[in-house]
Design a protein around this ligand. Structure first.
Ligand code: UD1
Ligand code: UDP
Length: 365
C-alpha cells in the first residue's frame, strides 16, 4: 500500500484538497490518502465548517499551529510536519496553493527526500510584496511535480526550468469543489432570509494585507462600499484579519451609518457559493473568488495591482481594478450602469481536475 499525505492549513486549501481526497478513494486500498491540517486557520468558521460542507473526513493529524508572524508560523509548521513525515513515512506529499503551510510543508518533505507535488503550481503575480508570491516561488522551485490550473502556470514553470515531463495541466480542483457543492448551494434560502433577492446585491470579500492592513486603504475601501450602497445592498462576509483591523483602526462608524452595508461573519462554503451565484457582481481581493466567479459567470472586480490568475481576466468575468479611489469608483460606476463583460469557462475547469491528479499520481507510484 502507498501512502499519500495532503496538507491543508488555511481556508482556500480545503476546497482544493477535498476533491483530491475523494478522487483517491477509487484507488483504495492500493493507495491510502490522509489529510494533515496544520491549524494555520482554526476558527470554526475558517476551518471546521469546510470539512462538513465538503464531506471531508477529520484530518488524520492536526498540528495546531495557529497565528503568528510569517517566520513563527512557517517555522512551527516545519517543526511539527517533520515529525509527521518521520512517523508516517509518506510515499508522496501534496501541497496546494500559496499559504505559509504550503511552503513550510514542502520544504520539509523535499528535504526528507519525499516526492512532493504542488497543486496550483506556476501562478505568479510578479509582486514580491505579496507573501503568497514568495510562497509560490519557493514551493515551485523545490517541488518534484507540478499540477497546473491554467496556461500561464505552464509558461512560468517552463521559464523556471521545471522538467517538462513533471508538469501536468489538469485543471482546477477548486472548481471541482464548486461543481460538487452547487446543487446544495442552489437549495439554500439565505439571501431571502437576509431580505434580499437574486442579483440585487453586491458580494464583497477583502483580506489581502495590501488592502486591509493600512488604515487609509481600508478606510478608502469602506468609503467606496458606503457610496455603492446608494445603488446596491452589499453583503460582506468579513475575514478575521479585516474584522480585527476595522476595530483597531476605528472604522466601524462607516459601517454603522450605512444600513445597506451588511457585514457578516465568514460563511461556510455552501452558503458563500449561494451568495456568489446569486450576486449581481462580486468585489474581492481573494485568489479563489476570482476563479469561482469566472466559473459561475458572475462579474467580478478584483481590487489589486496584479493577478496571478490571468485567465480569469482574459477569458473569464474578472476585471482587475487598481486599488485607488478613482479607479474603484469608476469601476463600480461602470459595473452598475453599463453592460457587463461576459466570460468563458477556462480549459479543463470541468470538475474533473482531482480525478486527473489521482490518476497521474497513481501511475507515478
Ligand atoms: C492566509 C494566507 C493567505 C490566504 C488567506 C485565506 C499566508 C501568508 N496567508 O492569510 O494567502 O489568502 O489565509 O483566507 O499564508 N485569524 C483568526 N482566526 C483564524 C485565522 C486567522 O482570528 O482562524 C486572524 C488572526 O488574527 C491572524 C490573522 O487573522 O493573525 C491572519 O491570519 P493568517 O493565517 O496569518 O493570514 P491570513 O490573512 O488569514
Ligand atoms: N469562502 C468561503 N466563505 C467566505 C469567503 C470565502 O467559503 O466567507 C471561500 C471561497 O468560496 C473560496 C475560498 O474561500 O473557495 C477563498 O478563500 P480566501 O479568499 O480566504 O483565500 P484566497 O483564495 O485569497 O487565498
Amino acid at each position: 500500500m502507498k501512502k499519500i499525505l495532503s496538507v491543508v492549513g488555511a481556508r482556500p486549501n480545503f476546497m482544493k484538497v477535498a476533491p483530491i481526497h475523494r478522487a483517491f478513494q477509487r484507488y483504495s486500498p492500493e493507495i491510502e490518502h490522509s489529510i494533515v491540517h496544520t491549524g494555520q486557520h482554526y476558527d470554526t468558521k475558517m476551518s471546521d465548517t469546510f470539512f462538513q460542507d465538503l464531506d471531508m473526513p477529520e484530518p488524520a493529524v492536526f498540528l495546531g499551529i495557529g497565528s503568528g508572524s510569517h517566520a513563527v508560523q512557517t517555522a512551527k509548521v516545519m517543526v511539527e510536519f517533520e515529525k509527521v513525515c518521520e512517523s508516517m513515512r509518506p510515499d508522496i506529499v501534496i501541497v496546494v496553493g500559496d499559504v505559509n503551510s504550503t511552503v513550510g510543508c514542502s520544504l520539509v518533505s523535499v528535504k526528507m527526500g519525499i516526492p512532493t507535488a504542488h497543486v496550483e503550481a506556476g501562478l505568479r503575480s510578479f509582486d514580491r510584496a505579496m507573501p503568497e508570491e514568495i510562497n509560490r516561488l519557493a514551493t515551485d522551485a523545490i517541488c518534484d511535480y507540478w499540477f497546473v490550473t491554467e496556461q500561464s502556470g505552464i509558461d512560468e514553470l517552463r521559464k523556471q526550468g521545471a522538467p517538462e515531463n513533471n508538469i501536468f495541466f489538469v485543471g482546477n480542483t477548486m472548481i471541482d469543489s464548486l461543481h460538487y457543492a452547487l446543487p446544495k448551494a442552489k437549495k439554500l434560502q439565505f439571501i431571502n432570509e437576509l431580505g434580499l433577492t437574486e442579483k440585487n446585491y453586491a458580494l464583497i470579500t477583502m483580506h489581502r494585507p495590501s488592502n486591509v492592513d493600512e488604515p487609509e486603504q481600508l478606510r478608502t475601501l469602506l468609503v467606496m462600499l458606503a457610496e455603492l450602497t446608494q445603488q446596491r445592498d452589499i453583503i460582506f462576509p468579513v475575514h478575521p484579519r479585516t474584522r480585527k483591523n476595522i476595530e483597531i483602526f476605528g472604522l466601524s462608524d462607516i459601517i454603522d451609518s450605512h444600513p445597506r452595508m451588511h457585514l457578516i461573519d465568514p460563511q461556510g462554503y455552501i452558503t458563500f457559493l449561494h451568495l456568489m451565484m446569486n450576486a449581481d457582481f462580486v468585489m474581492t481581493d481573494s485568489g479563489g473568488v476570482q476563479e469561482e466567479t469566472t466559473a459561475l459567470g458572475v462579474p467580478c472586480l478584483t481590487i489589486r495591482t496584479t493577478t496571478e490568475r490571468p485567465i480569469t481576466t482574459t477569458l473569464g468575468t474578472n476585471i482587475l481594478v487598481q486599488p485607488n479611489p478613482d479607479n474603484i469608483r469608476q469601476a463600480l460606476y461602470t459595473m452598475v450602469s453599463q453592460p457587463r463583460k461576459s466570460g468563458q469557462i477556462p480549459p479543463l475547469w470541468d470538475g474533473k481536475a482531482a480525478e486527473r491528479i489521482a490518476e497521474i499520481i497513481h501511475n507515478l507510484l
